[in-house]
Design a protein around this ligand. Structure first.
Ligand code: FAD
Length: 383
């Protein structure tokens, strides 16, 4: 077994980190407070090539092939260099839940129409699966698609959709034959501007405030046949495919954030003095950082293994569930540890520490809650 990392991945990670550190600076505390998504930062990420990681080069992709391992190394650099955690989530949702899904299931016409614009950052993609009454039990979704001449008419809604309020195209799952249950689900590419399609305004939320999240509404929305993604009735397997990529990659930038947290904690505890000594000398404090470091290193191994499996074209349902569960819960625990370590300063917004905890919580909910990941793991054990 070889654990050495190809040099090109390390170089790429460092390039992305340098780009993020210099080009993605923003007044994150104000933007978090205002709940402001930065189209300017998005555009810069497009110019740098970060938004084309899930497209092949002939469709605007930034590299000679889609390489999931290289991408997660890059995302680690992004998370380390850029303190806008919402931006990292937005990029990964756009890439893996939408762009990768079109790269895999789209026909030639769809790839040409959507991928280059998504890769450049001109277009933003969203993935609409969840509904008010279809969360963890997502395949009980009620959005309907009725066949008419030349296409389908969609009625229903999606909720909690990352980037929904600003999306140009959404992969939307609707049922074309409810008598077949989940086997009747079909994926559609719904474009902003289509009659009957509404992107509802931003919904305010606890964290990840720099990425807009909201509802999509379909009222007699006609979608032409050319915008069916994959086969009619293949929506269930398409969503399974995209969820697996989502679980692998959506949190990859958080690895970089966790790396940064460890460095900040070490630095702070070596300077902060109480009882006549720096607080790193208290074992209660240093052990907390030791736990943060351990979580980071275990999460790294899980993420790189999962990315390697996807790169080999393997299905990785079990590994994806373990990774998603461990990385998301670890980020919450380490973000909580940061507040304990920084004490009152950690609680004050101005130091940027409390934002980490607020941003971390969403990770234990989206792409399947931690309970759902445990269900998947248990079912693989025959339980
Ligand atoms: C920040 C964020 C971004 C999101 N982005 C998207 C997106 O881009 N696209 C999209 O389609 N959706 C998105 N979602 C929605 C997300 O996928 C759902 O919120 C999630 O699947 C949980 O569904 P729910 O909120 O309806 O909770 P529910 O399913 O109602 O769950 C409530 C509680 O019950 C537990 N529970 C439910 N069923 C079981 C079970 N069988 N076993 C054990 N426990 C169970 C859950 O774990 C949870 O604790 C996003 C959510 C968040 C928070």
């Amino acid at each position: 077994m070889d654990f050495s990392v190809p040099k090109e991945y390390v170089v790429y990670r460092n390039q992305v980190e340098a780009f993020a550190t210099t080009e993605l600076k923003s007044n994150i505390i104000d933007r978090d407070y205002q709940g402001e998504f930065s189209r300017d930062l998005w555009r810069k990420c497009g110019e740098f090539g970060l938004l084309g990681l899930a497209s092949e080069p002939q469709y605007g992709g930034s590299h000679s092939e889609i390489d999931v391992l290289r991408a997660v190394f890059g995302m680690q650099g992004l998370g380390y260099g850029c303190n806008d955690v919402g931006l990292g989530i937005a990029i990964n949702a756009h890439l893996w839940a939408v762009q990768m899904t079109i790269s895999e299931f789209g026909n030639e016409d769809q790839k040409q129409r959507f991928l280059p614009r998504m890769a450049s950052g001109d277009w933003i993609g969203a993935h609409g699966l969840s509904e008010d009454d279809a969360g963890s039990d997502v395949y009980s979704l009620k959005t309907s698609a009725v066949e008419v001449e030349g296409g389908y008419v969609l009625n229903g809604h999606k909720r909690l959709v990352t980037l929904a309020p600003v999306c140009d195209v959404a992969v939307v799952f609707a049922n074309t034959n409810p008598t077949l249950g989940k086997w009747g689900i079909t994926a559609f590419l719904v474009e902003h501007g289509m009659k009957g399609f509404t992107r509802l305004p931003v919904q305010h939320k606890m964290g990840l405030r720099t990425v807009p999240i909201g509802r999509l509404q379909f009222n007699d929305c006609f979608v032409p046949k050319e915008n069916i993604l994959g086969q009619v009735g293949a929506g269930w397997s398409i969503s399974g495919y995209s969820l697996e990529y989502d679980r692998c990659c959506i949190l990859s930038a958080k690895l970089g954030s966790m790396e940064k947290q460890v460095e900040l904690a070490v630095d702070f505890t070596k300077k902060r003095k109480q009882f006549g000594t720096t607080i790193n000398n208290f074992q209660a404090v240093s052990h907390r950082i030791a736990s943060m470091k351990s979580r980071l290193e275990i999460a790294k191994l899980l993420l790189f293994k999962m990315a390697w499996m996807k790169q080999q074209g393997q299905s990785a349902m079990l590994d994806g569930a373990i990774l998603k569960l461990f990385l998301s819960e670890s980020y919450v625990e380490s973000s909580m540890d940061m507040i304990r370590i920084f004490g009152g300063s950690g609680y004050l917004t101005q130091h940027g520490i409390e934002r980490g905890l607020r941003d971390a919580i969403g990770g234990i909910i989206y792409a399947g809650t931690s309970d759902i990941q445990k269900n998947i793991i248990a079912s693989h054990l025959g339980l």
